[in-house]
Design a protein around this ligand. Sequence first.
Ligand SMILES: *Cc1c(COP(=O)(O)O)cnc(C)c1O
Length: 243
Amino acid sequence: MKELIISNLKQVHQRIENACSISGRDVSDVQLLLATKTVSAESIKIAVEAGETLIGENKMQELRDKNQILKELPIERHFIGHLQTNKVKDVLKYANCIQSLDRLSLAQELDKQLQRENRQLDVYIQVNTSFEESKFGLAPNDVLPFLHQIKKIKTLNIKGLMTIGLLDVEKEKMKPSLRLLREIRDEIYTDNTLELNDLKLSMGMSQDLELAIAEGSNVVRIGTSIFGNRFLGKEIWNENITE
Ligand SMILES: *Cc1c(COP(=O)(O)O)cnc(C)c1O
């Protein structure tokens, strides 16, 4: 298991390097986030000991269950799954960043709790760039109005945009949903009243890592290529469904 994870990690870093060099980007511009849903804390620890520093979990339950081991590790923990408003308080115990902010009620609930704890939180806005009903995230056209609403919330540091994108066997079909996230970011930059700059793009998974880097990704979220197949049902995006 250990050897496999380490050699998979090497391959993934190699893929990132190749993709960066093809599109003339600096490797330091692209961070690897380990998507660790269903992965044991022991396996995560192996990856961290090999030098990884960033993980993303999809479910509150898993964050809690693995906390005993993960809290000792020098890593940043992001929440990348659909987050129910009633789990905000719990998630804040374990996560440094929420990448799946997708609605005003969630932003307000986060704000309420963060104010109580007298702290701030990094967030990414999740956008549904593939227009699939099964995916969470704001509709592309709603992103700017949403940012205008939440920019007044001082407890939230808006770090970037996140998308899952369209997963398809055909590369050409996946591209537009990745490119769209970058276009939305560019549109945000042209709105001076938002005063947002240096936004990161979190996109690219095992299947579309190279495409995502070509389209400007700054955070690739990789699970399967590192830890193997998950044998999960189809509801992996949904925090509401507990197994
Ligand atoms: C599982 C997951 C990933 C990683 O997907 P793989 O195909 O296993 O690399 C990335 N982002 C999110 C939000 C995920 O839930």
